[in-house]
Design a protein around this ligand. Structure first.
Ligand code: FE
Ligand code: FE
Length: 392
């Protein structure tokens, strides 16, 4: 009996994580073929505007799997148009392959929410559910409970250990904008994306006017960070006015300071690697702190910002000895912008307008104290910054 896997998704764009999961599934389930099924519109996930057209997603998947034996692409959901319901796809494939054993691949989130799908019983009557499970302990109980539960309902469930790569399409689109996505894309897919200028991969963001800069950066942030970034920009401008710094530079550094913050530690390291930056010890050990460095690299290379702005972003989390006025302003603005609500923030806000060095010093001291209380390592740059302020 032929064994056919079905792997649906938006594939916006298809990346190394998808291809890796597909190959692993072919092996683990001994599939004769695996059909990648780009969705037209998914019921539970919106496709962001201004990204790829359905035909482009189809083409990108074709290019991504062209050298993968047993993996094919089907346009049946795209042809059907409208919202793509899996049960309809399963019924169509059942008709096309009446004798085959069908395996429907899904991740653990989808599996746990399976009963909220349309017609789960029709799906289970026609296909084995193959759950791609990374092996996280926290999920284990819920997954096996769900397996038992669905089996009692008549389903056949296979749990497939699968080292799904930790990259999401959302983060991949960010990497594309930063021109650092190469390690996660098949060659053909990457070339196609550049040719069509998809996902801002061909955008020229050098010296954007402020309003446009703001719009572009907001798209790259996690939505829950937008208010902080706008607050930091406003505060930085106020402080620049108070202390006679360049207000435009302050606004641009404020808007851009956390531009790479949405990327996790491993992706921070990817950015450093792609930009050819050699990291110090501390950065290698604490990749999460790297967003200041990677943000400054993006500000310089992607947005074409000037040295003063780049340097203010570079030092906004740790500070350093002998900081420029703009560096101080961004450090302090980041600390005290209106969303910040910690004990002592009022004192910092007062100082920021009467003695910026004192405000900076207070910020550094609070950071160091906080790190000590959590038994975390203090960056050498923060130590230097504080020592400098104490000696001058
Ligand atoms: Fe930051
Ligand atoms: Fe920040």
């Amino acid at each position: 009996m032929e064994r056919i896997g079905i792997y649906g998704g938006t594939f916006n764009p298809p990346h190394a994580g998808h291809i890796h999961a597909a190959k692993e599934a072919v092996k683990a389930l001994q599939l004769d073929r695996l059909l990648m099924v780009p969705a037209h519109i998914t019921p539970n996930k919106e496709i962001p505007e201004g990204t790829a057209e359905p035909e482009q997603r189809l083409e990108m998947v074709k290019l991504a799997v062209q050298d993968c034996p047993k993996i094919e692409v089907t346009d049946l959901e795209l042809k059907r148009k409208g919202t793509s319901y899996t049960y309809q796809t399963i019924l169509e494939l059942r008709k096309q392959y009446p004798k085959a054993q069908l395996y429907l691949l899904m991740g653990t989130d989808m599996f746990l929410a399976f009963e909220s799908w349309r017609e789960p019983d029709i799906i289970m009557a026609n296909a084995v559910i193959a759950v791609l499970y990374r092996g996280e302990k926290g999920e284990r109980d819920a997954i096996f409970a769900q397996k038992e539960h669905l089996e009692a309902r008549g389903g056949k469930i296979r749990i497939v250990k699968n080292q799904v790569l930790a990259i999401s399409s959302t983060n991949l689109r960010r990497l594309l904008a930063f021109q650092c996505a190469k390690p996660f894309l098949a060659e053909g897919t990457g070339a196609y994306i550049r040719e069509c200028g998809l996902y801002d991969s061909a955008a020229d963001w050098k010296n954007l006017p402020m309003e446009e800069l703001e719009r572009v950066v907001i798209r790259l942030l996690n939505p829950n960070r937008v208010a902080h970034v706008l607050g930091c920009r406003d505060t930085a401008m106020d402080l620049a006015k108070r202390w006679g710094a360049n207000e435009t530079d302050a606004a641009r550094a404020g808007i851009l300071h956390d531009v790479t913050k949405a990327l996790d530690g491993p992706l921070q390291l990817t950015l450093c690697r792609e930009y050819g930056t050699i990291l110090d010890d501390f950065g290698q050990r604490y990749p999460k702190t790297l967003h200041a460095l990677t943000g400054s690299l993006v500000a310089e290379r992607i947005f074409g910002e000037n040295e003063a702005v780049v340097s203010a972003i570079r030092h906004h989390t740790t500070g350093r000895a002998n900081m420029s006025l703009l560096e101080k302003i961004i450090y302090v603005a980041d600390y005290m912008e209106p969303c910040r609500k910690f004990q002592g923030v009022e004192k910092l806000r007062e100082l920021a307008y009467s003695d910026i060095d004192a405000a900076l010093k207070l910020g550094l001291e609070m950071t160091i104290e906080n790190l000590i209380s959590r038994e975390q390592e203090i960056s050498p740059e923060s130590r230097d910054a504080l020592a400098y302020l104490n000696n001058n």
